[in-house]
Ligand binder design. Structure first.
Ligand SMILES: [Zn+2]
Length: 327
């Protein structure tokens, strides 16, 4: 603004009613926390596909700024909102520390270490972890194409953090009595990955053709070829759905068919996931989907989308990350 206009603005401010004065003061305060990279990313991600959080209408108007964020007004229901309204982050404070917190997440720090690095209380760091991960936990790709590798892995069941346990807490470091399929001690996690590194996962109540079908069929492209390790459930699934599939019997020593059909990428993903999970010393099963989402986001290979941008995009514009990236 040129100096003359500014002088004029200041003079006309003297004519404001008390209510107008209050509104203006709030607006000015809202622009105060500048250069907050997280809020800038939030604004940018939301502005690409703005939508009213109250009525889902897409016709919205910019309506000043508040607390460092763009404010909008819905043209349909006339309510005001910011990109964070009705998101898991809406009421979180200390926004100036979010950038450091997201970096700590990218580095996979434990709650305690993240709290130390960012300078917040561990309870805050724990709350933030689950607030930041609530949307990414649900954000999964909608389409896997070409050769799709699918395999299950098993994660130790843990009731960590539950107040009421109907059995004695496990002593840390003791071995679960069985390995493999015992559902009392192990949670089956299905991971499917295509050769473009597009990856999805699901926590299965048990491994059956029906649970595999529910997880895989909605995301498989019609021309996809499913590679699996020969578990009978896959044959049932293929028979019932007509999906093309290839079996790679690791036990027979034939790990790669025709030079391309194998499940080595998905098995490598399992290894990275489990190795990365070790730092958390047993993940509470009720939070497992958050950790799986966290890992998926660390492994996202989207051009020019950083980890923090992807997380924020999932929060303020859910459902858009993958479709947006693949078009
Ligand atoms: Zn609305």
């Amino acid at each position: 603004m040129n100096p003359r206009d500014f002088k004029e603005l200041r003079r006309s401010a003297q004519d404001l009613t008390p209510q107008q004065r209050h509104i203006l003061a709030t607006d000015l305060q809202g622009t105060y926390p500048q250069n907050n990279p997280v809020l800038e990313q939030v604004d940018r991600a939301f502005s690409e596909h703005p939508r009213c959080p109250h009525c889902q209408h897409e016709q919205v108007a910019k309506w000043g700024r508040v607390q460092g964020l763009q404010r909008y007004r819905c043209r349909a229901c006339h309510r005001q909102f910011t990109p964070l309204t009705n998101t898991p982050l809406s009421r979180l404070r200390k926004r100036e520390k979010w950038a450091a917190y997201l970096e700590a997440m990218e580095d996979g720090l434990s709650v305690r270490k993240a709290a130390e690095r960012v300078g917040v209380n561990p309870n805050t760091a724990f709350l933030w972890r689950h607030r930041f991960l609530a949307s990414p936990a649900k954000e999964k790709p909608t389409l896997l194409r070409g050769i799709v590798e699918s395999d299950e892995t098993f994660i130790r069941r843990s009731r960590k953090g539950e107040r009421r346990m109907d059995r004695l807490a496990r002593k840390r470091g003791t071995k679960a009595p069985n390995t493999g399929m015992d559902p009392e001690h192990w949670v089956p996690v299905l991971v499917a990955r295509d050769r473009g590194a597009v990856t999805t996962d699901s926590i299965l109540p048990e491994v059956t053709s029906q649970t595999l079908k529910r997880s895989l069929v909605p995301v498989l492209d019609k021309d996809a070829v499913l590679c699996h390790d020969g578990l009978p459930s896959y044959f049932t699934l293929a028979r019932e759905t007509g999906i093309s599939h290839r079996t790679v019997y690791a036990a027979h020593g034939k790990r790669v068919l025709k030079g391309v059909f194998h499940i080595q990428n998905v098995n490598a993903y399992h290894s990275r996931l489990k190795e990365w999970l070790e730092r958390f010393h047993g993940v509470a099963t009720k939070y497992l989907s958050s950790y799986l989402g966290w890992r998926r986001f660390l492994e996202l290979k989207l051009p020019s989308v950083s980890f923090s941008r992807a997380i924020l995009q999932a929060i303020v514009a859910p459902g858009r990350l993958h479709s947006f990236a693949r078009t």
